[in-house]
Design a protein around this ligand. Structure first.
Ligand code: GRF
Length: 203
């Protein structure tokens, strides 16, 4: 299965997918896309000779429009797009061209702590300030509304003893690095079914 990963910054989830032994015979990451041409994730991708593409909604010499990307993706036969920290809005036409084939990882237990503005440390600060005792990570299908699509998988972590939002961020990131490869594996193995608007993961 050919995969594209959308990132904005660090790329630790991209790295988790690249390094996951259980995915080696199942997926091929053939494109990494970012709105920032100088992001760390591109360095990770380039070391593995994965093609990198910068996208923008404005004309610029070093970036593509989503319409150009669509053509490239069809040519590369991409059947799954993973959003891992991509912060820009993806045009609705692009999303509908890949309906049911775009997933996002969110660093909290949706439907709490999601929606517009809830990204990066903002999420962990909101969780910390809420006095919640657990948080976690969620992988969900992407539709045209932020953090709204059907939830595929979630894992929770106890944060009852933390003293800072940075500690929450670290615990959640550890979970993400397992939950995302697990979920991609299940998709690649065709073990995800939707029944009554709930996503079931088969063994
Ligand atoms: C992750 O926390 C992910 O949940 C969120 O953005 C962050 C990306 O981190 N959507 P990284 O670039 O994969 O390290």
């Amino acid at each position: 299965m050919n995969l594209a990963v959308f990132v904005s910054g660090r790329g630790s989830n991209l790295k988790a997918l690249i390094d996951a032994e259980e995915l080696k015979s199942l997926i091929n990451i053939v494109a990494v896309v970012s709105n920032k041409s100088d992001c760390l994730a591109f360095e990770i991708a380039k070391k593995k000779s994965i093609d990198c593409f910068t996208v923008s909604n404005e004309v610029s010499s070093d970036s593509l429009f989503f319409t150009d990307l669509l053509e490239i993706f069809l040519e590369k036969k991409i059947s799954l797009i993973v959003l891992a920290g991509f912060l820009k809005l993806i045009p609705a036409e692009f999303i509908s061209s890949f309906e049911g084939k775009i997933i996002n990882i969110h660093p909290a237990l949706l439907p709490s702590f999601g929606g517009k503005g809830m990204f990066g440390m903002n999420v962990h600060k909101a969780v910390f300030n809420s006095s919640a005792k657990i948080t976690g990570a969620t992988v969900h299908f992407v539709d045209s509304i932020y953090d709204n699509g059907l939830i595929i998988s979630q894992e929770a972590v106890d944060i009852s003893d933390v003293d800072s939002y940075e500690e929450i961020a670290e615990r959640v990131l550890n979970i993400e690095h397992k939950l995302l490869p697990f979920t991609v594996k299940k998709i690649a193995e065709n073990k995800i079914v939707i029944i009554n608007k709930r996503v079931k993961i088969l063994d």
